[in-house]
Design a protein around this ligand. Structure first.
Ligand code: EPZ
Length: 420
């Protein structure tokens, strides 16, 4: 297994190009199941999860073809020949559950492995299933699989989510696009990735209203056509590199980043003494003074994103004073804490909150990656730490970060991948 070695203490300076958003690309690729015509996606990031979704769609019978040598544009289309999503793909990537709604809408049936939990939590899919049942699907759980079918078309329904779910909103948005009648999704997730998906679906002929709000109205249509859509930039990647600049006391430009997608993060970094400004090419992040501790509570968008909690904690580990970081979305998203403490951080977890007492300096150490965002928080910490940090099991990183060591090295970081 590859490892990444960092010798910390060097302020970052330069420019990083932000890639297309992983969490927009995955549902957008699943939307390719909604039409037999070609859906062309541009600004596709080079990630392991994209390769996994490509494999999943191909085994459903679709053709997923790169339209350029860089594989930044993908053409997805064709007939559905298999309505089963197998466990061996689902266990690699939980987002595979996003084929459930489209398969039911297009083929009237689906047999999708239950995703199971992952490092950060049990990750149930009950909200997905309850919504599809309200739209007329018959759903049985058997042998670790979801067996779903509908006689004829799904029908429009008025669905109120008891709690906000990004994936359930996406699955039901796609299913409702081809349903018979009007569907209302209330208390829907408002993440920018959902807005990106809705705009692509409308370009395919869907009739979605309320985009960007927590109340979506979908007037089902009989069929959807192909379209061409450019994937939004990855706000979590941008926020991650903003944390890297903050923790090293550097100044970087994040090309293509959208500060309007990171309002809560920009405000919180500002409270910590980090200057974030909009520029014609994207976003500039600079830290010239001492870091100050700031409190954070993760919330559904537009609140502080859970996917940046670990990275921000690495910044607070070397801030002056204390900060309290509360994780409200997932029940087990503090796996980075023991590893950061091995680097000299002073972090105590009390239930869903972590108290971080800033220290003057972290010290490099061999550390273990556990999930995608915990792994990258160790990279962020290693960039600031005195000495050498080696992050093991970096396959977690490759799922969600496009060439991270190259992007950081180009900004002056002493970082390299050691093939294992
Ligand atoms: C998406 O996961 C993202 N993944 C996650 O990013 C992100 O952390 C999460 O949204 C929250 O923003 C993708 O977009 C591929 P949820 P998702 O459904 O859809 C509970 C990353 O690092 N819940 O909004 O699975 C659930 O357990 C990944 O890129 C139910 O109880 O998240 C969680 O506590 C990690 N029942 C909360 O809701 C359900 O049916 C939010 O989950 C569904 C979810």
């Amino acid at each position: 297994m590859d490892r990444i070695r960092i010798r910390g203490g060097r302020p970052l300076s330069g420019e990083i190009a932000i890639s297309g958003a992983k969490n927009a690309a995955l549902p957008l690729m699943a939307a390719g199941l909604l039409t037999e015509e070609r859906l062309i996606l541009a600004n596709v990031p080079r990630l392991e999860d994209i390769r996994t979704m490509t494999t999943l769609l191909a085994q459903h019978g679709l053709e997923v073809a790169p339209l350029d040598p860089e594989r930044r544009r993908l053409a997805i289309g064709g007939l559905i020949r298999n309505t089963e999503a197998p466990y061996d793909i689902m266990r690699k990537m939980r987002a595979s559950i996003l084929v459930l709604g489209p398969l039911l809408a297009r083929a009237g049936e689906a047999r999708v492995s239950l995703p199971g939990g992952c490092a950060i939590g049990t990750r149930p899919v009950d909200l997905h299933l309850k919504g599809l049942e309200q739209m007329g699907a018959e759903i049985r759980l058997e042998g670790g699989y979801i067996a779903a079918r509908v006689a004829g078309r799904l029908r429009g329904a008025s669905i109120v989510f008891p709690s906000v779910s990004v994936g359930a909103t996406e699955n039901l948005l796609m299913a409702a696009s081809l349903a018979d009648g009007v569907t209302e999704l209330s208390n829907a997730a408002r993440e920018p990735e959902i807005e990106d998906l809705a705009r692509c679906l409308n370009a395919m002929g869907a009739r979605i209203g309320g985009i960007g709000t927590g109340h979506l109205t979908i007037e089902g249509v009989a069929r959807l056509s192909g379209a061409e859509h450019s994937i939004m930039p990855d706000r979590i990647e941008a926020g991650t590199y903003a944390c890297a600049a903050a923790v090293t006391g550097g100044e970087i430009v994040l090309r293509n980043a959208r500060p309007d997608h990171l309002g809560a993060v920009v405000r919180t970094l500002g409270c910590s003494g980090v200057d974030v400004s909009e520029t014609p090419e994207g976003m500039r992040v600079a830290r010239r003074n001492a870091l100050a501790g700031a409190d954070v509570m993760t919330e559904p968008y537009p609140g502080f994103p859970t996917d940046l909690q670990a990275q921000f904690m690495a910044v607070m580990a070397v801030a002056e004073g204390a900060s309290m970081i509360t994780e409200t979305i997932f029940e087990n998203r503090f796996m980075h804490v023991p590893e950061l403490n091995r680097m000299g951080a002073r972090i105590n977890v009390h239930g869903s909150s972590a108290i971080v007492r800033g220290v003057p300096e972290l010290s490099g150490a061999p550390v273990m990656a556990s999930d995608l965002r915990a792994s990258v928080s160790l990279i962020v910490a290693g960039l600031a730490a005195h000495g050498e940090t080696t992050v093991n099991r970096v396959y977690h990183l490759d799922r969600g970060y496009d060439r991270i060591e190259q992007k950081l090295a180009a900004c002056g970081a002493d970082i390299e991948r050691i093939p294992g």
